[in-house]
Design a protein around this ligand. Structure first.
Ligand code: 13P
Ligand code: SF4
Length: 297
């Protein structure tokens, strides 16, 4: 199967992009493995005829928005992100009416239609930098209320309004203070994603995006308890063999596990399932995403 996929990739002049949470056998076949921001930046630059995004739908949509001339496919079309579904365009319009002076910052874990209403998007790697770059005092920020709380803690001079108030990722909100205590007993550092609850962020030694974890782990030797999706630990173990990383076995994003090697082969062979978005939505969303990329990580 792996040989067939490699051959198809060459025949189709395709590039495979995989998120850090993808199964290791998919990561091993990918040309690019990274966090949401790294995948977006690389998708924008891609020259291949076909871009296959192994991740969840918003990642494939972001690739298409940034590189509309290319054919972008996602091997399993219903691989979604339940966090993204918390925010609707209607919520943004209503909040904007109530706070006309506020800027709208939309996390990339969102639909293309929500991004189209944003002043700027952000990822977990650059949320603080993006909000700090805005002159507005009030920021409407969605859909992740825990990332919003993280930005608020880092930038107390701003007023961050979470949109909607309870938007969250079920994988990251599964981490509890009992998990922190258990990790402390094992020793080493507690490293959490900013989608974890504020009380976990406060206890953690490092709060980072998945790409930030890859970079941060390069510098030390102590064990890490990693509070994010379980596959991140598989990736860290591949990158830093011999180093001790602890995962939480039930921290699994079901949507990130939908794509199999057979799906990837079919996606390359049949060039499906193509991401198709309205040109108007793409144009408006592109402005918001490119503004984020200009701010940097
Ligand atoms: P990263 O951008 O940190 O990879 O996060 C994406 C995500 O979906 C986290 O759950
Ligand atoms: Fe969405 Fe959470 Fe899965 Fe990330 S881990 S893709 S935020 S559901």
């Amino acid at each position: 199967m792996e040989m067939e996929i490699r051959a198809l990739k060459i025949r189709k002049n395709a590039i495979i992009m995989a998120h850090n949470y993808q199964p290791l056998e998919i990561q091993a076949l990918a040309d690019v493995v990274g966090d949401s921001l790294e995948l977006a930046v690389r998708a924008k630059e891609a020259k291949a005829d076909l871009i296959v995004v192994c991740g969840v739908r918003f990642m494939a949509e972001t690739a298409k928005i940034l590189n509309p001339e290319r054919k972008v496919v996602i091997p399993v079309p219903d691989a979604g992100c339940p966090l993204a579904d918390f925010l609707t365009p209607e919520m943004i319009r209503e909040a904007k009416e109530r706070h006309p002076d506020a800027a709208v910052v939309v996390y990339v874990n969102s639909t293309a239609e929500s991004k189209a209403l944003a002043d700027v998007t952000c990822t977990s790697a650059n949320a603080v930098k993006v909000v700090a770059s805005l002159k507005n005092d009030t920021i409407l920020f969605g859909p992740d209320s825990n990332l919003a709380a993280y930005v608020q803690r880092e930038l107390p001079e701003k007023t961050i309004i979470p949109l909607p108030p309870g938007g969250h990722c079920y994988v990251h909100t599964g981490f509890t203070l009992a998990d922190v205590e258990a990790a402390r007993r094992k020793g080493g550092m507690v490293v959490c994603h900013p989608e974890c609850r504020p009380e976990i962020q406060e206890q953690a030694d490092l709060v980072a995006s998945t790409g930030g974890m890859v970079r941060g782990a390069a510098g030390g030797s102590e064990p890490w308890s990693v509070f994010t999706e379980r596959e991140m630990v598989s990736r860290l173990r591949v990158l830093y063999p011999g180093r001790v990383f602890y995962e939480k076995p039930d921290a699994v994003c079901a949507d990130m596990k939908k794509i199999s090697l057979a799906d990837l082969r079919r996606a390359l062979e049949r060039e499906e399932h193509e991401v198709v978005l309205s040109p108007e939505v793409m144009g408006r969303a592109r402005r918001a995403i490119e503004r984020m990329i200009a701010v940097g990580a």
